[in-house]
Design a protein around this ligand. Structure first.
Ligand code: MV4
Length: 456
């Protein structure tokens, strides 16, 4: 038996990811504390956790974002560490700092590294300095529309004006020509100021039809740094990922090893700690770094399926000061994994569909994994995002994974709420998808324009 790294972990999240973290803790012999809003009393992870604390009202602003309530819950339950999951407070540097000031371990990177990566100009500048390829563009911030014009004229159009504090597609505008740059800069900047309270802007050459490929890394406090390969997350709508796969159908092993080695080198030099993801745009055989995520990601299971590595377990070990369980040499990528995000929403209009799940039959069998906290009788609350389950399939080849995905989606029954299962059923029959022939804009065309999605 390996020694237990923590006695008790508080899970500062909800839904499927709270359950996922609970699973890792229990398999490490760690007790769990669930925190929940009044709307989440009946959540599966709350039932399964060793202890639970109600931290506030249904709106996330009054519960999951309530740092005082979270720290109080950690204090009264005598937790050792706090896992923030994804979203919510997971990339909030001030929260990470607060957690350690109160004597708990934040299961994630240092507040300094979170802060560094939340500023996209600093993140890009840092990665460039460390030898990671970045999108050509301004060297740092662009102070006004006139400077934006001069730079873009020299670089050539189209260009993108981006907010340094940006995220989720906010504070980003395209300028097709010199005629647009003034308006693009002003619009993007005022949006950035309104949403993020930060109006620092930068400029990049616009890549027309890239794929979104990301590299998963893990780094411990003993100098151990590994990459777990890539994920292709190009299938998205309105900056929400819909389906992810590993490895990317666009890369060969040589390209994967090369970008992986560059990323490991950079992350090692940074002294980064924990799990992280470097996001790249990939076009015509070249990688361009855009952002780094300093948290566990929704799509981490596809990486787990092809590597056999429990990423949450490694995050917990790293936070406790233990060494990574793996060196790069003993990591192998086996087969292919695909994840479908199943949302409680209309598969045509994407309107949220909260409510009571009247019947539930999940698929199972070899190579099928479901990360979900839902069950028959569970009421999907209307207060939070609509992700209710992730169906992850693994196969020896991409083709086998697709066949397994089709049969699993056929078998999956969720009644009482609308779900995006029918969309996934159509998607995995589509010839472009089957051929791996898609980019970041492909899905928006597949589902039709925002104001008039078509039934296909
Ligand atoms: C880009 C780009 C093309 N060229 N940068 C959108 C939000 C932010 N995360 C980065 N984004 C993009 N940056 C350059 N230089 C296209 C996008 C983009 C995108 C990127 C990843 C996944 C989905 C996307 C959807 C639309 C635009």
């Amino acid at each position: 038996m390996e020694p237990r790294v923590f006695d008790k972990v508080l899970i500062a999240n909800r839904g499927e990811i709270a359950l996922r973290i609970h699973h890792a803790c229990k398999e490490m012999g760690i007790s769990t504390v669930a925190v929940h809003s009044t709307a989440d009393s009946d959540a599966m992870h709350v039932r399964l956790a060793d202890e639970s604390v109600c931290i506030g009202a249904a709106p996330a602003s009054e519960s999951y974002f309530n740092t005082a309530a979270l720290l109080t819950a950690a204090t009264i339950t005598n937790a050792d560490a706090i896992h923030p999951g994804y979203g919510l407070l997971s990339e909030n540097a001030d929260f990470a700092e607060m957690v350690s000031e109160h004597g708990f371990v934040f299961i994630g990177p240092s507040a300094d590294h979170i802060r560094m990566m939340s500023d996209k100009i600093t993140a890009k500048h840092t990665m460039k300095r460390l030898g990671v390829p970045v999108v050509p563009g301004s060297d740092g911030a662009v102070k006004d529309a006139a400077a934006a014009r001069r730079l873009s004229d020299a670089m050539g159009y189209p260009v993108l004006v981006k907010a340094s504090a940006g995220g989720g597609g906010r504070g980003i505008k395209i300028a097709e020509s010199a005629d647009d740059i003034g308006t693009a800069f002003a619009t993007a900047q005022s949006e950035a100021k309104a949403y993020f309270g930060n109006d620092e802007m930068y400029i990049e050459k616009y890549l027309g039809r890239p794929r979104h490929i990301e590299i998963q890394v893990l780094a411990d406090s003993h100098g151990g740094v590994i990459h777990l390969g890539d994920r292709d997350c190009s299938l998205q709508r309105r900056h929400q990922k819909v389906l992810e796969e590993a490895p990317s159908p666009a890369l060969n092993a040589e390209q994967r090893d090369q970008i992986g080695a560059q990323v490991v080198e950079a992350v090692g030099t940074l002294g980064y700690l924990g799990a992280g993801t470097l996001e790249f745009l990939y076009e015509n055989g070249a990688f361009y770094f855009i952002e780094m995520n300093t948290r566990l990601q929704v799509e981490h299971p596809v990486t787990e399926m092809i590597t056999g590595i429990d990423i949450v377990r490694e995050q917990i070990r790293i936070a406790a000061g233990a060494e990574l369980s793996y060196a790069q040499d003993n990591i192998t990528f086996t087969g292919h994994a695909i994840e479908c995000r199943i949302n409680a929403e209309s598969p045509v209009t994407f309107t949220p569909s909260p409510g009571r799940i009247s019947y539930y039959h999940p698929p199972g069998g070899l190579g099928v994994r479901i990360d979900s906290g839902i069950y028959a009788g569970y009421v999907v609350p209307s207060y939070y995002d609509s992700l209710i389950a992730k169906l992850i399939v693994h196969g020896k080849t991409r083709n086998e994974a697709i066949m397994r995905l089709r049969r699993s989606l056929h078998e999956y029954v969720i009644e009482g709420v609308e779900t995006t299962i029918p969309l996934h059923q159509l998607l995995c029959e589509n010839a472009d998808f089957v051929n791996g022939d898609y980019d970041i804009h492909w899905l928006e065309n597949f589902v039709g324009p925002e104001d008039q999605p078509h039934a296909r």
